[in-house]
Write a protein that binds this ligand. Structure first.
Ligand code: ADE
Length: 359
């Protein structure tokens, strides 16, 4: 199944639990995303300074609302907890689908203490009716709740403590513009550099009390992790088991290669599903262009699943081209897979504007 892969960027609740111990506890321990970390450090420092300058200790300064968007597995939840710990406040976690009705939101908001963080994962899945309640809560820390119906209908205003909403989404394009405009800080999380992943792996290996890791061995794991810390930590656990059974716990480049080859993960982090997707376009459809539905039918997979979980990484590393006429395998993919080169006349020319600016 394309959704149940060792290189899947999403995690099951059991894996989330295992990863808990590997998470950075403070902003100093957080590796990668340097621009975001700098923006956060400034915003947090400014809030603390304003708070310290206040005479009354009754009211509390709060950090602006933050929207984090980007692919899964890059640590949006981790960041929310790190921000909470930096502010010295509690983090309340929920998700768009869990807030099905306005009353669910009221229950969450009334539990907040001044300055707390409310983390809403998958915020793009918040029902429209609930979104309407979120706006006044974000702006004025109050919500108007309608009680009863018909002649007895009345509205009561419920106040909540000033808080910071951290919204996370993999699909920023699905957020309504009124929602997007209510965040003071918006940041796109990028895939991690390989050296940052090595750093994360070294930290995780030490937390997992793993034995000796040869320096280049962690680089081998990082290069197969698709720029994603969650995948890196998952592969590290597989390598740890393999090394403990086959090599007295010593993690060498050779052991990483053997362990991950056994899992079907190649040097660039492609698995058998990626390879059979590319092989199908190459051999059944002569390199493309071919429609997604046709590839999905040949592979007996759901087209939406291919589009959401297989294609993004292949597009990102330049192994797949999405042209107006359909999907095409690229020359780089053929070289990596040891496949015959595709007919160069088929390669899509980069789109150039005509004199009128129309194509
Ligand atoms: N573990 C997972 N992601 C991490 C990160 N960004 N920094 C440190 N440890 C991590």
């Amino acid at each position: 199944m394309a959704t149940d892969r060792i290189i899947a960027p999403t995690a099951s609740p059991v894996e989330e639990f295992k990863n808990w111990a590997l998470r950075p506890q403070s902003i100093e321990e957080y590796i990668g995303q340097p621009e975001l970390i700098e923006r956060l450090l400034i915003a947090i420092q400014a809030v603390k300074t304003r708070q310290d300058a206040k005479d009354d200790t009754e009211t509390r300064e709060h950090l602006e609302h933050i929207l984090l968007h980007g692919p899964p597995g890059l640590g949006k939840t981790t960041l929310a907890h790190v921000i909470g710990s930096e502010l010295g406040t509690k983090v309340h976690t929920t998700s768009g689908p869990a807030l099905a009705r306005g009353t669910d939101l009221v229950a969450v908001l009334t539990r907040l203490q001044p300055g707390d963080v409310l983390f809403i994962d998958e915020i793009h899945r918040l029902p429209v009716a609930v979104e309407e309640f979120v706006y006044p809560a974000m702006e004025d820390f109050k919500i108007d709740v309608c009680l009863d119906t018909g002649l007895n209908a009345r509205t009561v205003q419920i106040k909540c403590a000033p808080f910071t909403l951290i919204g996370a989404t993999t699909r920023a394009g699905l957020l309504s513009s009124p929602m997007r405009s209510r965040f003071g800080i918006t940041h796109h999380l990028r895939y991690y550099e390989e050296q940052d992943l090595v750093h994360i792996l070294r930290r995780s290996a030490s937390l997992l009390a793993m034995g000796a890791c040869e320096p280049d061995a962690l680089g081998q794991i990082a290069s197969r992790s698709r720029g994603t810390p969650r995948i890196a930590n998952r592969l590290l656990r597989r390598v740890r088991d393999f090394a403990s059974v086959r090599a007295d716990g010593v993690v060498s480049e050779r052991i990483v290669d053997d362990a991950l080859s056994l899992e079907g993960v190649d040097g660039l982090g492609l698995d058998e599903i990626d390879r059979s997707y590319l092989r199908t376009i190459h051999s059944v459809y002569h390199g493309g262009p071919v429609g997604l539905e046709a590839v999905a039918a040949t592979l007996n997979e759901d087209a939406g699943t291919l589009e959401d979980v297989v294609e993004p990484y292949l597009l990102q590393i330049g192994f797949l081209a999405r042209t107006r006429r359909g999907r095409m395998i690229t020359r780089r993919a053929c070289e990596h897979m040891g496949l015959a080169p595709i007919d160069p006349t088929k390669e899509e020319k980069p789109a150039t504007g005509s004199a009128t600016g129309l194509l």
